[in-house]
Structures are given as C-alpha cells and as structure tokens.
Ligand binder design. Structure first.
Ligand code: DGY
Length: 327
C-alpha cells in the first residue's frame, strides 16, 4: 500500500503529480485546518506532511500518530515545534539554498521601492495627478554607495551582500551569531555589534530566523538608535519586529521609511495601522515567490519527503536525532 501524505498549501501542481505516483494524497490548498473533519482524518492517517507554514505543534501531532516526516516548503521553520517533533522521532525538513537569489532580488526590489518611492509614484501617475514635473517633496533617496547593515548573514544575507557590493557599490556592515568570512573577504562586509550597525547604517535589513531569541529584537530602543534618515527593511519574519514600535518610529520621524515583506500576523489585518502610513512599502511575503523558485522549493521538499519515507536521510533534515523511527 502507498504511504499516505497530507499535502498542505503551496505545493506546485507538477510536483503533486509526481508525488501521486508514489503516495496516496489528501490535498488542502486553502486554509483548512485542525477542527475540519477531512483534515483531521487525513492527519490521523498521514505518514508525511508537505506544505507551507502549517503550524505543527503538540496539539496537531497528537492527531497524527503515524507521522514520520514534516517537509516544509520554506527555508524558515518557525511553524514547526522541532523539540516536540524530535521527541516523537518525527523528521522535519526545510528548503535551504534554492531560494537565496530569488529572496535577495526581492529584498533589493523592496529597498529600491522604498528609497525611490516607486509604489507611491506609480499611483501618482496612474491616478492622473502627474501634471507638472516631479517636485522636490516627491524625490527619493539614493541606494548606491550608501551603508547597508545586514542583520543575519546566512545564505540569503550573503546573496544580498553580493548584490549590494558588486551592483550598488555599497558599504556593508553585518551582525550575525558567527563571523562570515566569505562575506568579509569577497563582499567587503564588516562585522560589527548590533548597536554599531544600527547607528551607522543608511539601510538596516533584518534577515534573521524567527526564534524565541529574535522575537521583537527590533523595537523602540533599536529604532531610536537608527539614523533619522534610515530605511528599515524586514525580509525575515514579522515577529522579529515590534510592529507598534515600527508604527511610532515611522510616524514620529525616528526613521525615514520602511519596507516590509512580513507581518506579525499573515495575512495582516486590513486595519493594521501600518497600512495607513505613507512612508512604508508593504508586501504580502513575496520573498521566494517566483514561479521558478516556488517550483524549486516544492521539488526539494518532495525529495526530502521521498527520502524520509523510504528510509533514507532527507537532504535537508533539521533534526538528526529524529531519523530512527520505524518506517
Ligand atoms: C521561507 O522560505 O522561509 C520564505 O520566507 C517563505 O515562507
């Protein structure tokens, strides 16, 4: 009998077709969740789960007695309770590597959009208000040759540094748990303490994973340390930033502007006060969302799932200690 898998949101259709050859699939492409009978039934029987951002915690795992692997279609895995999964010998995997360039492109797009006020000026043209040449109060600020502070120099941080150094001649500062010699040697990035980075950067770009240590790591005190001309970019997870503090920093002029791809709650509430501000560019978590990249992520997630359910070590296993469960 084919192993049973639960396919959750955002697995590429071509990949689902391939998975169908080897697995019995129950698919949930919308927001069905615990409490939905079909979902609970699929969980009860599932040997594996593949998908994006499903909250896998004790409560869900209690409903999934056969589960051997959870294959995330994302590099971030803050939706997974790794400790609980490991305790139950259930493997967890993610999709590192395949999204670095795509996400770095998105971050640069957000940086340029914010600095050059592209969404606002697009609306200016489309709403028919462009009747005389651009006025000084509509000018943007330069990105090239400015100082970029990257908080979190992992693979995506490195790809951002590459673009900043080679394409935009930027001076790069970074803060990370460990030193990144490649970023230092090839992209001329300088390691510094967080406070120093906040004080010196024209652009502060947050790229750390979401953990209990990074929760609200950028709040009122951090915004106060930034230059008044600073532009803050969040390409990591919404929870890493205190959204109220961001709102106040933007409305009080503590910082110049912000570009954010992520929110504390996603999708964000349409009444989120941040959405009322003029000096913020907001995006619906587009980091890795290109057709090519989403396909690559789905393929890698399927590879992880296949390996895990056929007794092999998945290429991007997150919890080595979990790979002993009887298959
Ligand atoms: C990731 O892969 O973590 C992206 O942010 C999409 O969730």
């Amino acid at each position: 009998m084919k192993p049973k898998i639960l396919v959750y949101m955002r697995v590429d259709d071509r990949v689902i077709k391939e998975l169908e050859k080897d697995f019995h699939i129950t698919s949930f492409q919308n927001h069905e969740y615990i409490g939905n009978r079909t979902f609970d039934q699929a969980l009860k029987e599932a040997d594996g789960i593949i998908g994006l951002a499903l909250k896998v915690n004790k409560e869900l795992l209690d409903l999934a007695p056969n589960l051997k692997i959870v294959s995330n279609v994302s590099v971030g895995y803050d939706n997974l309770d790794i400790e609980e999964l490991t305790k139950r010998k259930i493997m967890a995997t993610n999709t590192p590597g395949v999204l670095d360039d795509t996400t770095a492109d998105a971050i640069f797009g957000i940086m340029l959009s914010t600095a050059r006020r592209i969404p606002e000026l697009d609306q200016f043209v489309k709403s028919g208000k462009w009747d005389i040449s651009l006025q000084p109060n509509q000018y943007g600020v330069d990105v090239h040759h400015k100082t970029l502070g990257i908080i979190g120099m992992g693979k995506i941080g490195r790809a951002i540094a590459q673009r900043a150094h080679l394409g935009f001649g930027m001076n790069i500062l970074y803060h990370n748990r460990s030193r990144n010699k490649e970023a230092e040697n090839i992209y001329n990035a300088t390691y510094c303490e967080l406070d120093e980075l906040l004080k010196q950067s024209d652009f502060v770009c947050l790229m750390v994973p979401s953990t209990k240590d990074t929760n609200k790591m950028i709040g009122a005190a951090e915004f106060k340390k930034m230059k008044k001309s600073a532009i803050f970019i969040n390409g990591s997870r919404g929870k890493n930033v205190d959204e109220d503090a961001l709102y106040h920093a933007l409305s009080n002029g503590d910082i110049h502007a912000a570009g954010i791809d992520v929110f504390t709650e996603e999708p964000t509430n349409p009444n989120n006060p941040l959405l009322q501000l003029k000096n913020i560019v907001t995006l619906p978590h587009i980091g890795s969302s290109t057709t090519e990249c989403e396909y690559g992520m789905s393929k890698l997630a399927a590879e992880n799932l296949h390996a895990g359910l056929s007794g092999k070590k998945p290429p991007s296993l997150l919890n080595e200690d979990a790979s002993g469960k009887e298959k």
